[in-house]
Design a protein around this ligand. Structure first.
Ligand SMILES: Cc1ncc(COP(=O)(O)O)c(C=O)c1O
Length: 393
């Protein structure tokens, strides 16, 4: 059982901590499942905490996209009947053997002949494999580009697809438009490119995977609503594939499902003008704030008063000057050492990113919030105007 937010005693807490908001998680999942016309795989890397995975499973997602053998083990140990898709296109021989023989994994992705041969050898030429080809597509509209490392296209993709067909029970194709993809039409282009490849290669494909990348609404980023993304996908997909065709549409969302499910609370250890030195940073839970430059809705923790807000930047606790989060983060002008700040939308790519650089690792501490009174959260005042954030879709 997680301790409740009502049990938080700031005098006893040394490290940054999270507030878990299961109602937000439920809402994000319900919303995604109601608009997506296919099978949804949760991308475990986004937030692999066991109670988050259990809640995701309970809300109807029974399939998981995993990147490593440790994620395979985590999912299988929690859910005997979950469908596990090992979608990292490069895997060690050990990971493939373990996943296939000891954890019942039958779905593997690849983008090279070499990986195909490795999978075939490591599974002893198994006849029940489902192999997914990772197609390369532009990531031009994504805040985080994932296109450079993986993916194949053109004649190489066609050749590989034909080769895979001879060695695999069922075939899949997949792509990823990049994380925090800000334009729904990126999916349209990718679907059209992938559908053409399928047509040209004359291979019967069973799985068509549109990846993750669905965005969260962070301050300063106003993506179109999720339903618009899923409508574009649905319409484009049905242009190429009939309603009654056997092809199964898959997606692998991460961020959009879990970002609203947790907030992070950090302490100010020093204020230098408009720079706040806080007890978490780029090497901690705030990787995306430092490296990617995301900002989050922030407020002084447990402060409901309407106070004038001014912009701040944050420094993390390590001695590295790259441990910097530019923001701007709008907080009360009077904020000072010893105050706590709550950052919303910290459920994605936070807990997994923390490391022990400069000795600042601590096991994540998580408290649970049972209910969210309002969809609209009041954050404070900026230039006399009320600032709110809408955590819903
Ligand atoms: C293969 C794969 N699927 C899904 C995801 C989840 O992406 P997102 O969190 O942007 O939805 C990622 C993220 O890196 C990925 O690499």
């Amino acid at each position: 059982m997680l301790p409740s937010v009502n049990d938080i005693n700031l005098k006893e807490i040394r490290d940054p901590f999270f507030v878990y908001k299961p109602k937000n998680l439920k809402k994000s999942i319900k919303s995604f499942l109601s608009y997506f016309p296919g099978e949804t795989l949760y991308a475990v890397k986004t937030n692999p905490i066991d109670f988050v995975l259990k809640n995701i499973y309970d809300h109807g997602i029974k399939s998981f996209d995993v990147a490593s053998i440790n994620e395979v083990k985590l999912v299988r140990n929690l859910f005997k009947n979950a469908n596990i898709y090992f979608m990292n296109p490069v895997k060690s021989r050990y990971a493939i053997k373990e996943a296939y023989f000891n954890y019942g994994v039958r779905h593997f992705s690849l983008d090279t002949d070499e990986e195909l041969e490795k999978i075939i050898q490591c599974t002893n030429f198994a006849s029940d494999l489902n192999l997914h080809l990772r197609i390369s597509i532009p990531n031009d509209f994504a805040e985080i580009n994932l296109s450079k490392k993986f993916g194949v296209d053109g004649p190489d993709a066609k050749k590989l697809l034909i080769k895979m067909k001879k060695l695999s029970k069922k075939i899949g194709v997949s792509f990823h438009p990049g994380s925090q993809c800000m334009n729904p039409f990126a999916y349209k282009f990718a679907i059209s490119k992938t559908a053409s490849l399928i047509k040209e290669s004359c291979v019967n494909v069973t799985y068509f995977n549109v990846g993750g990348g669905f965005p969260s609404k962070y301050p300063g980023m106003e993506p179109e609503p999720l339903r618009k993304y899923l409508k574009v996908i649905s319409e484009e997909f049905s242009k190429y594939f009939h309603k009654n065709s056997d092809i199964i549409l898959l997606s692998e969302p991460g961020r959009v499902l879990v970002s609203n499910s947790m907030s992070l609370v950090v302490r100010i250890d020093l204020r230098k003008k408009n720079y706040l030195y806080i007890n978490d940073g780029t090497y901690g839970y705030m990787h995306d704030a430092g490296v990617t430059g995301f900002t989050y809705p922030v407020r002084k923790f447990r402060e409901e008063k309407k106070i004038k807000l001014v912009p701040f930047s944050f420094y993390g606790p390590t001695c590295d000057s790259k441990d910097f989060m530019k923001g701007p983060f709008f907080l009360p002008e009077s904020i000072a050492e010893g105050d706590y700040i709550e950052l919303e939308q910290m459920g994605a790519y936070s807990i997994t990113m923390k490391n022990n650089f400069n000795g600042f690792y601590s096991e994540p501490k998580i408290f649970i919030q049972d209910s969210l009174k309002n969809k609209i959260h009041f954050l404070g005042l900026k230039n006399g105007n009320k600032i709110t954030t809408n955590l819903g879709f």
